[in-house]
Design a protein around this ligand. Structure first.
Ligand code: BJW
Length: 246
């Protein structure tokens, strides 16, 4: 009873009351058609750099300049004029505005395309590219330009203490208690554009199911954990997400 639908099949519909909350998890696939790279596709970020060099606390300790350079380049990329929210981001913002039961959008993405599209009830569980955090005083500040070596924290003045405000492997994702509570209370859980390789996000579908929610995967192709979902619809996010929302 948990076979994903094949491409071209009709969009699954659910017998969901408009008063039931929806939780949506998004991953890098939703931003690909906006011009940002995913991680684990053939042309993805992990094909070009090693996770242990740029996405672990140990990598940052070993070579902070390299890690800052990696995130500086991605920050510049996100500011390129051609990188804009796409039809999938916009559809989710429309759903949030229209759904009486409420929509919580939990994104693993550190880009800001959901908020630029108008989503407001949004959790960035893996942090935000356009922010930096001070390892001395803990303050989080907005950042739209490069971090340079030895730069002082704008809040406390401590030199060289700024790090990207992102969650690396081995670090605790953000706002987990709020996410768990929402998963326990939702009527529908939808996963969009994520490969299901990274925990705890990859475990959300099982938690939502255990709490009695309906579950749907929207992805380019069936992901790693596709069989965990009751329903699936497959194709580019800019097609399948608006088709599901409308
Ligand atoms: C399209 C498309 C189109 C393409 N349309 N779709 C349980 C078991 C085993 C291990 C663990 C476990 N629990 C925790 C772990 C360890 C670890 C982990 O998961 N390891 C695995 C690799 C096994 N997890 C962690 O360390 C996490 N922390 C944690 O668990 O803390 C616990 C703790 C407790 C006590 C003390 C301390 C800690 C943290 C994970 C952090 C992940 N960070 C990154 C980098 C963030 C910053 C940055 O962006 O640089 O987050 S890694 C990277 O992967 C990034 C992403 O958010 C994340 C997920 O990737 P995503 O979004 O799924 O992308 P892809 O590329 O994998 O998939 C894209 C999909 O889109 C594909 O399916 C395509 O088909 C599809 N697609 N084009 C629609 N057009």
């Amino acid at each position: 009873d948990v076979r994903p639908q094949s491409a071209g099949a009709p969009m699954p519909t659910f017998d969901l009351s408009p008063r039931q909350p929806i939780v949506i998890l998004t991953g890098a696939g939703i931003s690909r058609e906006s011009g940002l790279h995913t991680f684990r596709d053939a042309d993805g970020i992990w094909a070009r750099v090693r996770i242990e060099d740029v996405a672990t606390p140990e990598g940052f300790e070993r070579d902070p300049e390299r890690v800052q350079g990696f995130y500086n380049a991605r920050r510049r990329g996100l500011l390129e004029p051609e990188v804009q929210p796409n039809a999938a981001h916009h559809a989710l913002a429309r759903l949030e505005a229209a759904w009486p039961g409420g929509v919580l959008l939990v994104t693993q993405n550190i880009d800001d395309l959901h908020e630029r599209a108008g989503s407001r009830n949004l959790i960035h569980m893996h942090g935000e590219l356009m922010k930096v955090r001070c390892t001395a005083c803990g303050s989080v500040t907005r950042r739209d330009h490069d971090v340079v070596t030895g730069e002082p924290c704008p809040a406390c003045g401590s030199a060289g203490s700024l790090r990207p405000h992102v969650v690396w492997f081995g670090e605790m994702p953000l706002e987990m208690e709020r996410i768990q509570a929402a998963l326990e209370g939702c009527g529908l859980f939808v996963s969009i554009g994520t490969s299901g390789n990274v925990y705890p996000a990859a475990g959300f579908v099982a938690e939502a199911r255990a709490a009695g929610a309906m579950t749907l995967e929207l992805n380019l192709e069936p992901s790693h954990g596709a069989r965990l979902f009751a329903e699936g619809a497959y194709g580019p996010a800019t097609s399948v997400v608006p088709a599901w929302v409308e």
